[in-house]
Design a binder for this molecule. Structure first.
Ligand code: GTP
Length: 182
């Protein structure tokens, strides 16, 4: 085995919010404008070195080798029973909505209900991502509203863009940090 930890994360959220694009941007630094809806489930992999801070606040010399498995679920309702079966194995979640789509924001509640029912524990680590932040002109969900909602549900909130790459790696790395500290 050439890694120290295998971490499984899962992306969820309504169809079209940008889950596949987000994971592609993270793993391969690419973005496609064409929308090909995910059928069922898919995954991408990535290696990274995690350097936990030591007690004196410095980063430790020897990093831990992390093998990340990023599960990409179909947002479409018809795949729901298939995709929720994968929640139990996941240690961290990226819950995406699209800042230009009100319904995808309203759906957050339902996705959290799904998580509560199917995840490995009651309070899994979740990062709420307001995706498509590059489309500021089309924004319908304000950052303030999103932050309030995140706070109410006890989630970390980040504005991301799978198109520009804004905060994509940062969100995943923060989730690694949260899961490793658990
Ligand atoms: P399902 O597989 O159906 O659940 O959809 P998904 O959430 O995986 O969405 P996908 O990544 O396929 O993206 C849907 C569409 O939105 C595609 O046309 C993408 O190019 C576009 N898109 C995704 N993320 C962004 C983003 O951050 N900015 C912009 N401008 N477009 C995006």
């Amino acid at each position: 085995m050439d890694y120290d930890y295998l971490l499984k994360f899962l992306a969820l959220g309504d169809s079209g919010v940008g889950k596949t694009s987000f994971l592609f941007q993270y793993s391969d630094n690419v973005f496609h404008e064409k929308f090909i809806s995910t059928v069922g489930i898919d995954f991408r992999e990535k290696r990274l070195i995690y350097r936990p801070p030591t007690e004196d606040g410095f980063l430790s010399q020897r990093g831990q080798r992390i093998h990340l498995q990023l599960w990409d679920t179909a947002g479409q309702e018809r795949f729901r029973s298939l995709t929720t079966a994968f929640y139990r194995d996941s240690m961290g979640f990226l819950l995406l909505f699209d800042i230009t789509n009100e319904q995808s924001f309203v759906s957050i509640r339902n996705w959290l209900d799904q998580l509560k029912t199917h995840a490995y524990c009651d309070d899994p680590d979740v990062i709420l991502c307001g995706n498509k932040a590059d489309l500021e002109d089309e924004r319908v969900v304000s950052e303030e509203r999103a932050r309030e909602t995140a706070k109410r549900y006890g989630l970390v909130y980040m504005e991301t863009s799978a198109a520009s790459g804004q905060n994509v790696a940062k969100a995943v790395e923060l989730l690694v940090d949260m899961v490793m500290k658990r």
